[in-house]
Write a protein that binds this ligand. Structure first.
Ligand code: ZN
Length: 393
């Protein structure tokens, strides 16, 4: 069940809980009212039951009946509005929430909640300016301010209004104490890229500094700084920026590897490049640093040394791209007997195939080495079949 449905069920259970409290209070005092209560709560449970069985059409029918009988049941209208919005019937949700807001006897808390719901209807309907106006008003009510701010941040992201997105993310931080550093850094980087687009380098530098201030390991800011340095012909700064990106988050290494190799090539920092790549080979699960280092070894020490390096590393971490590099090296080496390379490649293929599931359940996706009549994971019968493709049957 989705979180949304769970919240909805809680909303629906509230009046039931309130009414049962009322019943206990009234027990023995007045019998006539009790009947109305039990009728109402049995209808609630019918509606709930439909919801739990994911039959929203029938649930709506029941809740509409309740709303008809008892016009004061605010929670029923909230539940209905929610149901309509979830089903994409935004117009009906908007009407329900607008009617709620206009009720004179609504508590302040309920009215604020209804305005929040209406704002969410407008978001769903794509009426961003109207949603923005409501959420801006709601920002002053502590009970819903964080939610309203979250919606506003999302609206400004859709509108690509980064200064406003930044402003509201900061207010969200202040309201909740929750840090928004990574998100804020992305917004500052968007501003930096926009500044670069209109050739305003000074503004771009300021925005990048802001990004690093809120997220000191921001990879995107590092990559942008490196690219800007390259455009200015400043290889030293570019190398430092790109190396920092990869050290902080090794998964971004492939994004900066080629410009990094080019910059090292121009500055002639061979030793530094090899030491850095050797460090990355240890840290990265990917094959790129291994292949790059193999090329440097080949240039410095020759084909045999590069082949030896690749063979050692591929045995630890077999990969098809690594295997291809090994075959290429062997093809280049006229002096070499290809038998040794073939033996290594054969062994690597064995390792690669051994790591892959030969069978897979067509229902749940469970992978297995051997055939099972009953899937060990979802317990269905006859769904486990051989895998086809590069590594399969
Ligand atoms: Zn299964």
């Amino acid at each position: 069940m989705s979180l949304d449905a769970q919240t909805l069920i809680w909303v629906l259970l509230l009046p039931v809980a309130a009414l049962s409290g009322w019943m206990i209070g009234r027990r023995g005092a007045e019998r006539r009212g009790g009947q109305r209560v039990s009728r109402l709560s049995s209808n609630y449970f019918r509606g709930l039951n439909f919801l739990l069985n994911e039959q929203p059409d029938k649930a709506i029918e029941v809740f509409l009946q309740i709303a008809e009988v008892d016009k004061d049941t605010v929670e029923t209208h909230f539940a209905l509005g929610n149901l309509f919005r979830r089903r994409g019937e935004v117009d009906r949700a908007i009407r329900i929430h607008q009617n709620l807001i206009e009720r004179p006897r609504l508590s302040e808390e309920q009215r604020v909640q209804a305005v929040l719901e209406l704002g969410e209807d407008f978001m769903r309907a794509g009426l961003l300016d109207r949603a923005e106006a409501l959420f801006t008003d709601l920002g002053q009510f502590d009970q819903v301010a964080p939610k309203a701010l979250r919606h506003l941040i999302s609206i400004y992201q859709q509108e690509r209004d980064w200064p406003k997105a930044i402003d509201h993310a900061r207010r969200y931080e202040a309201a909740t104490g929750e840090t928004m550093g990574k998100l804020l850094a992305q917004f500052h980087c968007e501003l930096a890229e926009a500044a670069l687009g209109r050739k305003d380098r000074a503004a771009a530098v300021t925005h990048l500094r802001d990004a690093v201030e809120v997220d000191s390991h921001c990879a995107r800011a590092g990559i942008l700084e490196g690219r800007m340095a390259l455009e200015e012909g400043d290889d030293g700064t570019a190398i430092r920026a790109f190396e920092r990106v990869a050290r902080h988050e090794v998964d971004y290494l492939p994004e900066v590897l080629q410009p990094l190799l080019d910059a090292w090539g121009r500055t002639g920092e061979r030793v530094r490049a090899r030491a850095f790549l050797a460090d990355m080979v240890e840290r990265s699960a990917g094959v790129s640093p291994m292949l790059a280092l193999a090329r440097l070894i080949q240039e410095d020490e020759g084909d045999a040394a590069a082949a030896g390096f690749l063979t050692r590393n591929l045995q630890r971490r077999p990969s098809v791209r690594g295997q291809n590099a090994l075959i290429d090296l062997s093809l280049r080496r006229a002096d070499e007997d290809p038998e040794e390379t073939l033996r290594v490649v054969r062994q690597l293929s064995e390792q690669l195939v051994a790591g892959v599931a030969a069978y897979r359940c067509g229902h749940c996706g469970f992978g297995a080495r051997a055939h099972h009549w009953q899937c060990p994971s979802c317990k269905r019968w006859g769904t486990v079949r051989p895998v086809h493709g590069a590594f399969g049957e």
